[in-house]
Design a protein around this ligand. Sequence first.
Ligand code: SF4
Length: 95
Amino acid sequence: MSGTDDVTGGGEDGRGQESGPRWHVEVDRGVCIGSGLCAATAPGGFVLDAARQSHPVRPECAASDEVLAAAEGCPVEAITVTDAGTGEAVFPPEE
Ligand code: SF4
């Protein structure tokens, strides 16, 4: 009987988006008008429910140009993005 030592360390696992800054994403559903623009801009970041209210796919995600573009493009500024680590405002930016 020989030992099974074929398990390698596996440095790369293909999930490369887990490093770097992380963002906390919120949608104010009292403000969202269900335009769908955010889901169109960042399909991996936002999804609309049956009532056409937007939700972040994940409340915390890796920093993403798409998510930022979606927040900037929301016609009613319903999307708030903060740095999950520092709590600093990403969008809308602090004045
Ligand atoms: S872009 Fe703004 S208003 Fe439109 S669905 Fe997304 S959060 Fe709602």
